[in-house]
Write a protein that binds this ligand. Structure first.
Ligand code: ADP
Length: 318
């Protein structure tokens, strides 16, 4: 059984459909990268795992199972217990994700409970300076604050860590250090990781599997090397082709001209069709069902017939 199973999940914010039937599986101990352009639904999916969505969000369909428990069907006390024991979160803005009114040590103690060793947990994220315990979040650098957030998220050795672009706001030097730390602590604790990111090369290096989001759905998922090295969805092919250049310049991913859609209801067909070089009529009117291409699960009507052409494309770009 998967540790995390997201099935046909639909989430709306007022009139915006953020998730339009998303599917995702994370096995125990697995590291899964969730990639896609801004607006594709990564954060909404990451937050939905712990039912940590903003107040405006509505669960309109589908389910999230964490260790077999239906996250959207749990009473509040069970949900709190599940978050506390089984889930950890790290976000992009470390200072904003800490409580500005509490000293670092006190925040960590709150998670650890009585008898928890604050110094030990700060030591694990290489914050050995005793002054850190008494510091307030705004007195820390971004990198230090993110380490504190990681120490807090990993203090209870959760089963799943959801990391929502935790290094995006950090300097490039610190970025690697912080990522190394997360993956090392997770490996030690046997924690699975769901790593939301724009940085495809980093995901390829660190994750076992990748799920590619577009228009609120996971359009391709499978082993990281296969998905990014030999994509089976035209969107992944465009994304993988543009990634090295985009990452090198630190710019937003823009794999193909145009913008991802902002949906106001279910997409009538494939949401990528308007930008897809291979789209046919049915792509605009029929929602693609998942197909298996090699080791990948793909939402594309033409995936089977496009295999060779996409492989040739990614070889040219590699
Ligand atoms: P990503 O993390 O990939 O950038 P998001 O999950 O943040 O994607 O966004 C998915 C869609 O939902 C986008 O169209 C975005 O504008 C919309 N959205 C996200 N958060 C909110 C919110 N709090 N209120 C209204 N719309 C939102």
């Amino acid at each position: 059984m998967s540790l995390l199973s997201v099935r046909n999940l639909v989430i709306d914010y007022a009139r915006t459909r953020a998730l339009d039937g998303a599917d995702l599986e994370v096995a125990r101990g697995e590291k899964v990268g969730l990639v896609g352009e801004s607006g594709s639904g990564k954060s909404t999916l990451g937050s939905a795992v712990g039912r940590l969505l903003p107040g405006a969000a509505r669960h309109s369909g589908g389910e999230v199972l964490l260790a077999g428990e239906p996250v959207f069907g749990l009473p509040p006390a069970r949900l709190r217990a599940l978050r506390r024991r089984q889930l950890g979160y790290v976000f992009q803005d470390p200072i904003g994700s800490l409580d500005p009114t509490m000293r670092v040590g006190a925040q960590l103690r709150l998670v650890l409970g009585r008898g928890g060793d604050v110094h030990f947990h700060l030591g694990r994220v290489k914050l050995d300076d005793p002054r850190v315990v008494r510091a307030y979040p705004h007195q820390l650098s971004g990198g230090m604050a993110q380490r504190v957030a990681i120490a807090i998220a990993m203090a209870t050795a959760p089963e799943l860590l959801v990391a929502d672009e935790p290094t995006a706001a950090l300097d490039s030097q610190v970025r690697e250090e912080v990522s190394d730390m997360v993956f090392a602590l997770a490996a030690e604790a046997g924690t699975s990781i769901l790593w939301l990111s724009h940085d495809l090369p980093a995901v390829a290096r660190r994750c076992d599997r990748v799920a590619v989001m577009y228009g609120g759905r996971v359009v391709e998922s499978g082993p990281a090397r296969e998905v990014l090295g030999d994509p089976a969805h035209p969107y992944t092919a465009a994304l993988a082709g543009s990634a090295p250049a985009a990452a090198a310049h630190g710019v937003r991913l823009e794999p193909v001209p145009g913008r991802p859609p902002v949906l106001t209801g279910p997409s009538p067909g494939c949401a990528f069709a308007p930008r897809c070089a291979f789209a046919e009529r049915r792509c605009e009117h029929e929602r693609p069902a998942p197909v298996r291409i090699r080791a990948q699960d793909v939402l594309c009507h033409r995936a089977a017939e496009l295999q060779d052409r996409l492989t040739a494309l990614s070889e040219v770009k590699a």
